[in-house]
Each structure stands twice: as C-alpha cells, then as structure tokens.
Ligand binder design. Sequence first.
Ligand SMILES: Cc1cc2nc3c(=O)[nH]c(=O)nc-3n(C[C@H](O)[C@H](O)[C@H](O)COP(=O)(O)OP(=O)(O)OC[C@H]3O[C@@H](n4cnc5c(N)ncnc54)[C@H](O)[C@@H]3O)c2cc1C
Length: 405
Amino acid sequence: MSETVEPSVAELEAFREEARRWLDENTPPKPDFKLPDSFLEVSSEEQFEHLRAWQRSVYDAGYLGMTWPSEFGGGGRQQIYQSIVNEEMADRNRPFMLNIVGLMWAGPVILKFGTQEQKKRYLAPLLRADEIWCQGFSEPENGSDLANVQTTAVRDGGDYVINGTKIWTSLGTQAHHMILLARTDPNAGSKYRGLTFFLAPVDGPDVEKRPIRKMTGEYGFNETHFRNARVPASCVLGEEGQGWAIAMATLAFERYAEGGQAGGLDMVQLRVAELVEMARECRRDGRPAIEDPIVREELVRLSVEERAIDMNDIRRNLPRLCRERPDAIGLMRKLVTSEFRRRMSRFAVSLQGEAAKLYIGDPAAVEDGDWQRHYMNAYSVTIGGGTSQIQMNILGERVLGLDKG
Ligand SMILES: Cc1cc2nc3c(=O)[nH]c(=O)nc-3n(C[C@H](O)[C@H](O)[C@H](O)COP(=O)(O)OP(=O)(O)OC[C@H]3O[C@@H](n4cnc5c(N)ncnc54)[C@H](O)[C@@H]3O)c2cc1C
C-alpha cells in the first residue's frame, strides 16, 4: 500500500538531497570495457554482470520499485519519490537498469493481473535482477500484426506444451522467464481470441536460443525456439483466452501510456549539450563547425525539441495538465523521443565530416565512434515495442480520433 499523505516540499527536497548523495557516493567507476547503449544490446558476460550489480545496489538502497507494494519487495511509496530518483539518475547519466523487460512491463502486468502467489514468486527476484525477464511477442512472420500469433500452447495434464518460434527476444540469452503470448485455441473464431499469456520459464533444454548479431556488431537479442517445451499451468497470467487483453496492457506499460513501472533508466542519456561541445571541436571549411550558421540552426532546433520533451515529461506527472487524455503524452513520448534520438545522433555523426565513417576501435574515430553506435542503435527504439508508423496510427486513432482508414 502506498503512503497516502502528500509529502511536503521540504520532505521532497530532503529526499532529493539524500538520493543525490547516494548516487554520487555509490555509482560504480567506469569499467575498462565498453558498456552498451541500452538493455537491448547487452552482449557480453562482463557487461551483463556489471549492469546486474548496479541494478542490485540501486534496489538494495531502496531506489527501485519504490511504488510497488512492500509485501512483494517494493517500497510502498508514492510515485513522486521514484520520479525524483529517475530525474537524478538521468541528470548524472548513470547506467541504465539491466532487467528492463521485468521492471517496466512484466512486473507491472503481473501486479495488475497476477495471483498473490505469482506476485510473491516473481516480483522481488525481478527487482534485484536475480531473475531476468524477456518478452516473447514477435514471431518471424508476425511483428506489428501481433495478434497473428502462430506459437501454440496445448494443455496436457497440469502443463501446457509450447511449440513455435519467437524472434528479436531482447535479453533472451540470459533470461530465466519470458512473458509469452501463445495460441491455446486455434478455433476461437478470431485471431484476437484463443490467445493466452504465460510467465514461461525459458532456461530449460527444450528452449533453444540462437543469438542474432546487430549491424553495430553487437548481440543482445535472439531467436527463441520452443520444441515441446512444458510450462506448468500455474504460469498462466490471468485466464486462458485472456491473452490479447493482457498483451495490450503490457504494451501500454511498454509504451509508457500507463504508469507503474519500477523505475531507473533504460538507456544511455544523450543530450544536445554534448553536440554543442562536439561542434566546437569539429571543423568545417577550416573553421569550428559551431560557426557555421546551418550547424547553429540545427543545434537550436534540437535544443528546443529536447526542452519540449523535458517539459512534457514534467507535465505527464501533473494529472491536472493531462486530464482530458491521460495516456496521450505517454503514447506520444515513445514516438517523439525515439525519432528525436535518431535525428540527433545522425546530426552528431554528420558533424564529424570525413571521420563519420570511422567506428569503435579505430584510433582516429571521434569519441571512439560512440556516436556512430548511438546512431545505428537509435533505429532499435523506433522499431521495438511498436514501430513509429504503428505509433502514428495509434496516436491518430486514439488521441486525435481519426478514422482507421
Ligand atoms: C532492437 C529490437 C529489440 C526488440 N526486442 C523485442 C523483444 O524483446 N521481444 C519481442 O517480442 N519483440 C522484440 N522486437 C521486435 C519488434 O517488436 C518488432 O520488430 C516490431 O513490432 C515490428 O515488427 P516486424 O519487425 O515484424 O515488422 P513488420 O510488422 O513486418 O513491419 C514492417 C514495416 O511495415 C510497417 N507496418 C506494418 N504494419 C503497418 C500498419 N498497419 N500501418 C503502417 N505501417 C505498418 C512497419 O512500421 C515497418 O516499417 C525488437 C525489435 C528490435 C528492433
């Protein structure tokens, strides 16, 4: 149960100070290997263990899952406290959390639809990154068309037997559990019916994982093949046949249309201020790029957009300012921030002139080729969780009230 008394401004300021101090004193030193840009690109054991240790220390200090009920490992506090911690982490560009699928969408959906036993079983280990979660929605032929799920789950005694292939499973290689959408009734009459949502174990021998390499050279997701994989019936979330409704609720958490996520950052923060610095260093026609009016204009445009995103984030937490459509800013956020990140990192690469083609590991690369990697990885967030086109459709229909067309 969350506290109900509104905290005073002085209390919140004292809390912010305490969180700042903790972050300043407890963030691990930069490792001597490269960390990925986000939880979507965790490729090596050392990256995984470093990020896992960070999530654990944040949770153990009480700064993660702050709004979740204390009986399930949460802090039982109001959202404002978690928001303060998130803001301070973002300002300091602290490492992101490893177990994002668990923290941001599996956990909230278990809280919403799970039994007491499921909440007790899964939530605390997820917060501490003792158990890693992945998401099995997409299939080789069904991404945007999620309801067309072909993976089957057939009841057999106390188990379900799963067969099929999921793809683009982020953190799949390391995961213990998967939120999995499977078809339990192929004759239900509509593709939206006959689907069931599982909290499926994926660390057994009947689940084969084949890593997929990204254009950055990194790994981070895989194909997941289920071959007669047995999943206990106790792993069904909600009721058999309720899968589509729970999948839609999951996407509302994933796309930030609904609150209740456990907190922490999900990727490296990129700020326009870094581009301004780079524009001072890089040269164009023999002069610092920042003296070029076209460069200046683009920097101003990006700064204004960045400010608007920041202001909308603040507005989203003020119910009185988004009463008419409480989910509109959240829904817009995914589209706007992912497209902004892509354009911003493209501009950063273009500033580098000839050096734009140099990548990580090349001694002549600007900032070790990090912006090239940011640029390529920026496409991930315009696709994962629903492509930009799908987000535009949703915004058009649900927020602007346009016809489906
Ligand atoms: C880095 C990364 C990580 C991911 N992690 C996961 C994960 O952990 N778990 C998981 O289940 N999935 C994951 N995905 C998969 C992701 O959800 C899908 O790629 C996405 O939903 C798009 O599906 P698709 O790739 O099949 O493309 P398609 O659905 O085939 O779409 C192809 C193109 O057609 C457009 N399009 C499709 N339908 C429409 C429409 N109705 N209107 C307008 N345009 C349309 C799309 O916008 C896109 O440009 C990940 C993807 C990426 C890139």
